[in-house]
Design a protein around this ligand. Structure first.
Ligand code: UTP
Length: 468
């Protein structure tokens, strides 16, 4: 028997056992390389687990009942009293950074569908004056942190099949924005097949390929282990990993206070949170349930619970997830040894596919179930997890939605950058004319104190200015 026929025979019985034989419907029309591609994808798709995952995701938590047992999380609040002072936390974080115990991880495998940008989101031009891309700003921040602590912070960048080649080409062309190449590691996350929303059958995107998409930012756990990045971290002496996402150029990169609180409180996974502005703000809610920290997505938190107030009228469930975390590398290593450390979530989305006759189907309504893992689902696995409050206006401006949208759009992000940099300049005694956009490169100043050291009091900015 020819080898592709042998492969077909092996795989046919597996598919038949799980009601997915249709994946080979066009076998006779495929050439040898197309057959190999299809077989490879079917092997990677863990067909035997698709049905289980689908059923498990449908039996999802009864958040309404869980939320009623929730209490606010263990947190270090801005202006709140705590047993660890902010100065002590910063000193501990500074020391860990200086000892080279911190690595950084950027997850950049998402498809950015809401933004509607066909390239990897990191290439999106966001600098209000410079036009710098998200990648440029984030990489320059990391470069500046390395200069401040006189030791480079190794960066692990997670891409996906959807973003890998374009990200690598771009970063190479830009020479990694000055980061040392031996301190940057790109690795690719896994994929999951999409299934038909009514039949549960895996969709084909063509006669020789499954409809595959990235397996969520939680895919980071398995991908880090598969790419030997966890071993690389241990070899480099990295004990803590600072996690951030590609869409927030305001992130306080390697925030020493967050890192310090993490270390001093013996946390295994820590999260920067912002105080929600109102009960229905679209942020994941960080809570404690039965002694474990968890995130309840905004759509799962019952309205009456979301609206609960403290005596002073503030929200009881105040902690909104910014998707900035610090992990113990040992914790990630422990979790990566179990295939079930992270559950799959399902989402009903529009997926382009072919039908049983091979005709293309572009559905106008969501037609498919996609499976994704979320990294924040590791929180309950942590023996100790803490939350550190961050100032939303200064540290959090994600680019999620298309230009022109009122929330989390490029426009709101640019406005937040301008407001912050104006504040830094004004704190240095400069004057910024009303309505004048100003932007500060991380290589000029990483924070207000660095800006004050470089700006002459009294200087006037009355036209768009980029300080670099
Ligand atoms: P989002 O959840 O906002 O998704 O990702 P997205 O793909 O960027 O945008 P939409 O939902 O399609 O509009 C948050 C972060 O997680 C990364 C993204 O690149 C972003 O940094 N991510 C998301 C991954 O790395 N892999 C994924 O599979 C999904």
């Amino acid at each position: 028997m020819m080898s592709d026929e042998r492969d077909r025979a092996d795989i046919e019985s597996l598919l038949a056992a799980h009601g997915q034989q249709h994946l080979l419907a066009f076998w006779a029309e495929l050439d040898a390389s197309q057959r190999q591609q299809l077989i490879g994808q079917i092997r990677l798709a863990h067909v035997e687990q698709i049905g289980l995952r689908h059923r498990a995701a449908r039996r999802s938590n009864d958040w309404s009942a869980l939320a009623r047992r929730a209490t606010p999380p263990v947190a270090f609040r801005l202006n709140g009293a705590s047993e660890i002072s902010i100065d002590a936390a910063r000193t501990a974080g500074d020391a860990a950074l200086r000892r080279g115990e911190i690595g950084a991880i950027l997850v950049a495998g998402g498809q950015g569908t809401r933004l509607g940008f066909a390239q990897p989101k990191g290439k999106y031009s966001i600098g209000p004056v410079s036009g710098a891309s998200l990648f440029q700003i984030l990489f320059e921040k990391l470069l500046a942190v390395g200069r401040r602590y006189e030791i480079p912070v190794p960066l692990y960048v997670m891409t996906s099949d959807a973003t890998h080649a374009a990200t690598e080409d771009y970063l190479e062309a830009q020479r990694y924005f000055g980061l040392e190449t031996n301190c940057v590691c790109l690795f690719c996350q896994g994929v999951m097949p999409a299934v038909d929303a009514t039949t549960g059958k895996i969709l084909l995107s063509s006669k020789s390929s499954l409809a595959l998409s990235p397996d969520g930012h939680g895919g980071m756990l398995a991908a880090l282990a598969n790419a030997d990045c966890l071993a690389d971290m241990q070899w480099r002496g990295i004990k803590y990993l600072f996690y951030f996402q590609v869409d927030n150029p305001l992130v306080e990169m390697c925030d020493p206070a967050l890192i310090g609180y993490h270390i001093l409180s013996g946390s295994e996974m820590s999260t920067a949170a912002v105080a929600k502005r109102d009960a229905d703000e679209r942020l994941g809610n960080i809570v404690t349930i039965d002694g474990r920290t968890r995130i309840i997505e905004y759509s799962d938190l019952p309205e009456d619970v979301a609206k609960q107030q403290n005596l002073d009228g503030s929200l009881r469930f105040w902690a909104g997830n910014t998707a900035v975390h610090v992990f113990d590398v040992a914790f990630l290593d422990r979790c990566s040894r179990s295939d079930d450390a992270l559950p799959f979530h399902t989402a009903c989305k529009k997926v382009s596919c072919i039908d049983e006759l091979g005709n293309r189907v572009e559905s106008s309504e969501p037609n498919a179930i996609k499976f994704e893992r979320f990294i924040f689902d590791l929180l309950p696995a942590a023996e100790r997890a803490i939350v550190v409050e961050a100032d939303a206006a200064r540290t959090f401006a994600p680019v999620k939605n298309a230009p022109g949208e009122k929330r989390d759009s490029p426009d709101t992000c640019r406005a937040a950058m301008i407001a912050l940099h104006r504040e830094w300049l004004e704190s240095a005694g400069a004057k910024v004319a009303l309505g004048t956009p100003v932007e500060i490169s991380p290589l000029f100043a990483l924070d207000a104190a660095e800006a004050r050291a470089k700006i002459e009091p009294g200087i006037v900015f009355d036209k768009p200015t980029y300080l670099r």
